[in-house]
Design a protein around this ligand. Sequence first.
Ligand code: SF4
Length: 465
Amino acid sequence: MKVVLRGHANTYGISDVLRLFCTKVREDKEKNEVTAEDGPDLTLISEVYEGRAFTYRDGEARPASDEEYTLDPKRAVKKSFYVYMRDLMSVSYPWGCLTGIRPTVVAEEEGFDEKSLSSKYLVREDKAKLACITGANERRILEEIPKEDMGLYIGIPFCPSRCEYCSFISADATKHLNILDKYEEALERELQYIADNILRNISMVYIGGGTPTVLSDKTFERLIYKVRSTLKMTPETEFTVEAGRPDTITSYKLSAMKDAGVRRICINPQTMRSETLSKLNRRHTAEDAVKVFEEARSIGFDVINMDLIAGLKYERDEDFLYSVQRLLELRPENITIHTLYKKRRAAMGKDEVLDRELTRGSVDDALIKGYEMLFENGYIPYYLYRQKDTGHGLENTGFALPGKECRYNVAMMTDRRDVISVGAGGMSKRIFDGGRYERCPCTKDPHEYIRDPLRFASKKVLFFR
Ligand code: SF4
């Protein structure tokens, strides 16, 4: 399949839409064309003519247009092309022609008007509503974070085993036990350098991974105390640890976190079906997650997040909804719902992930029901993002009981506040007036990081000058 562009050069937008329907998509900017090796055998014209966008077969006359023109040309060509492909392939997507990762930004541009989102971008009613509610919550939370504040992320890119669906560049900790302590020491050095050189209010701290609690009790304790003492935290500082996998969370670590002032922890079962967990190569059961949750509660954690995944390979809708129900019984303050998507580095094959029944047909319905259950139980969506190249075109959404939202997640996902990232594999972001932002990556290789953490730290300090 070939798409020839006329009157515009938005090969990026056209290829984005084409990826919803085909997988082997290539942009050719020089020829102003987009091709899909596995698409239908035809040539289409995507054209902007007299300010309107058209899509039609090569050799046919340009169709008449009676549509009121309300979109900028970049978006109009995507919409026109999406409509053509949708009708041709008889496949439509819940987010319509929105292919970006931040639908809440478009919702904000539309004044959080669900109808406008649906009519202009062909977003399904329930998703338009979700984007508008979430976007409004994001904006409210952002208003609570002063513009000069920044977030600080600390990455621990190690895990006790590799989950089958994982695309994250994490190292299997069992093979790297000898460097975990050295890695922590390197983090301490970088943290100190950053604290000495970036004299700004760090009001959100997030230790994520990987699995931060993969560190031994003592090493983990050293790290969180270093974070606390170096960053001069106040009672208002939001301090989150993504403890993550229940098999790594010990009583010792829970107490250490509590004593060090960690205010929010994540205990992520992903599913409450133990059979699935075992098939996914996660070395814990659903009951382990419950046990850790109850222990965390008993020592006083009052903001706990739990993650679930919809669309896991070995599960049906009922399994996902069962997991949602189990979490509602525990009533953590935050429940984050991820949808399984095509991941480049995952052990799962592309064909499996593109299986519509597996990735969208069923997951889509399960999400609708799962969200309903969350709404009925008082949870509100407060941040939302999508990932590129998804097989299903769905979203990941963070829910919270009102007043218990994680500010760091909103700052990070909306790209509206500076975030400095400590450790290997992290991405620092600097936000400029007008919404523009720049990124500063760090090496993904923990060995390289350990060798000279201050080299990376000084680069980040310069980045924020
Ligand atoms: S815990 Fe998360 S980062 Fe680690 S292997 Fe599993 S999915 Fe990947």
